[in-house]
Design a binder for this molecule. Sequence first.
Ligand SMILES: CC(C)(COP(=O)(O)OP(=O)(O)OC[C@H]1O[C@@H](n2cnc3c(N)ncnc32)[C@H](O)[C@@H]1OP(=O)(O)O)[C@@H](O)C(=O)NCCC(=O)NCCS
Length: 194
Amino acid sequence: MKRLIAMIREDLHNAREHDPAARGDVENAIVYSGLHAIWAYRIAHALWVRGFKTPARILSQATRFFTGIEIHPGATIGRRFFIDHGMGIVIGETTEIGDGVMLYHGVTLGGQVLTQTKRHPTLHDNVTVGAGAKVLGPITIGCGSAIGANAVVTKDVPDNHIAIGIPAKNRPRKENECLKLVDPDRYVAGTFEI
Ligand SMILES: CC(C)(COP(=O)(O)OP(=O)(O)OC[C@H]1O[C@@H](n2cnc3c(N)ncnc32)[C@H](O)[C@@H]1OP(=O)(O)O)[C@@H](O)C(=O)NCCC(=O)NCCS
């Protein structure tokens, strides 16, 4: 129980850190569909790994109905995961996500083949995926990297790179660029300094 409360508090704190529009924890807990999807995923995943696969899928699909966010209960997701805006998000069964990852609406972490193998991406710690981006296949997105809005990524992205376009091209982050991506309230509020 203590662990559960600690996890909920961490998720609420994370929402405040990642969204400059976030206000009080109570309001955020009620209105953020991204948080609802993550909490439902954590329950569905616990059921999935204990062998209750059908209830896990039912919970996952019910959550999709209410939030527009479909996270397969078999996916592996770390701590401080945040989904901003939600809606139109698909996270496939063999996806692996590290800690501190953030997705915007319209993101697909999908497969390219129909075989029951590792067919979805692996996102390492502190990756950000922009709105509408599609990350396809069993590729790896390195630590601290970002995927630009609407990019289609089908090849590995190294650590601390930015992938933009269709097909996505990688470039190293500029100096200090990570600050801009992990701490949006600093630039949205106009206080960001390089
Ligand atoms: C990819 C991203 C992180 C790059 O940020 P950045 O390094 O500050 O990029 P810049 O603004 O300096 O742009 C560099 C160049 O890439 C282009 N570019 C930036 N983002 C792009 C994208 N997603 N797709 C295609 N081109 C893009 C810019 O037009 C610019 O082109 P130019 O050199 O010809 O002028 C950012 O543009 C992005 O897509 N972030 C996702 C944000 C998001 O999804 N927000 C949703 C909020 S609701």
